[in-house]
Design a protein around this ligand. Structure first.
Ligand code: C2E
Ligand code: CA
Ligand code: CA
Ligand code: CA
Length: 279
């Protein structure tokens, strides 16, 4: 029962109900989405900041729901994680991404990789490493072309299991990137004990890079520390040439963002790569 004496209680309850209802709706719809293959992957190119070469792309999932339209991953990934549906979905994403990349990789730099976002829920499953090798084998793609992006929370919550899995993947030749770096519990010092190759500086720092001293200081510190540990740094969410120039001056290795390319369908990506290669 709702407390009628306090308006704010009622407000809170209503919005909570709406949240739960939305999550329930998504949960049910997700299952038929998985069964009926309503998902598609978009790809966002990543560029080397020193020579402008195209060094890979990040796979970003979209849900093309028959009545809800294009649903953002922000609205369904966390639901899928809570229900465990993320595991079959993530398997499909890995297979699709490896297959698509196999077809376009020759249009990019030789060191180019396909980067796939991995949920902690999937990483910690017993079958995870097998799922990765199955996806690579099904696509006929060598492990060195695959990069897995994960956030640092998994390392904080289950450090031993995460390190064990990542070490196994690295031995296979798969690359590991720490996503949204700087937003979580990131302790710069514990990076050195993790089997990680790449650090992705979160968009929130890049956003204010040119205007705010503090964001600039954090970004510069991440770049310099990562380089000391022989890690590569990718800046995400680069929207202006001022941001790009700044990152270049700081020695950042690569960038991704609306300034140069938005996430796009596989067909659009192929066209983009062909025209980019020609210039
Ligand atoms: P993320 O991994 O940090 O992905 C980057 C997000 O930033 C993407 O949003 C991308 O479209 C957006 N972005 C890229 N460049 C710019 C820019 O210059 N400006 C701005 N404002 N945004 C930019 P998207 O595709 O909506 O994905 C949101 C989040 O959903 C991702 O954040 C990731 O955490 C999750 N996600 C997306 N695809 C997958 C997936 O296949 N599996 C899993 N587990 N999570 C995914
Ligand atoms: Ca990512
Ligand atoms: Ca990110
Ligand atoms: Ca993010």
């Amino acid at each position: 029962a709702k407390k009628l004496g306090r308006n704010n209680y009622q407000w809170f309850d209503n919005s909570l109900d709406a949240e739960i209802l939305k999550a329930l709706k998504i949960r049910n719809a997700l299952q038929s989405g998985i069964d009926n293959k309503q998902f598609e992957l978009h790809y966002q190119p990543v560029f080397n900041l020193h020579n402008n070469e195209l060094i890979g792309c990040e796979a970003l999932v979209r849900w093309n729901h028959p009545s809800m339209g294009l649903v953002s991953p922000v609205d369904f990934i966390s639901v899928a994680e809570n229900t465990g549906q993320i595991v079959p979905l993530s398997r499909w994403i890995l297979h699709r991404a490896c297959k698509d990349f196999k077809k376009v990789k020759d249009l990019m730099a030789s060191e180019a990789v396909i980067s796939v976002n991995i949920s902690a829920i999937h990483l910690l499953r017993t079958e995870f490493v097998t799922d990765i090798s199955n996806a690579l084998a099904a696509a006929g793609l060598e492990a060195r072309y695959l990069q897995l992006e994960m956030t640092e929370t998994v390392m904080v919550d289950h450090p031993e299991l995460a390190i064990e899995k990542l070490t196994e993947l690295k031995a296979m030749g798969v690359r590991i990137a720490l996503d949204d770096f700087g937003t979580g519990y990131s302790s710069l010092s514990y990076l050195k004990s993790l089997p990680v190759d790449v650090v992705k500086v979160d968009r929130s720092f890049i956003n204010e890079l040119v205007n705010h001293r503090h964001d600039a200081a954090i970004t510069e510190a991440i770049i310099s520390m990562a380089h000391h540990l022989r890690l590569k740094v990718i800046a995400e969410g680069v929207e202006t040439s001022a941001q790009r120039d700044y990152l270049r001056r700081c020695g950042c290795d690569a960038m991704q963002g609306f300034l140069l390319a938005r996430p796009m369908s596989k067909i659009t990506l192929t066209e983009f790569l062909e025209s980019y290669k020609a210039t």
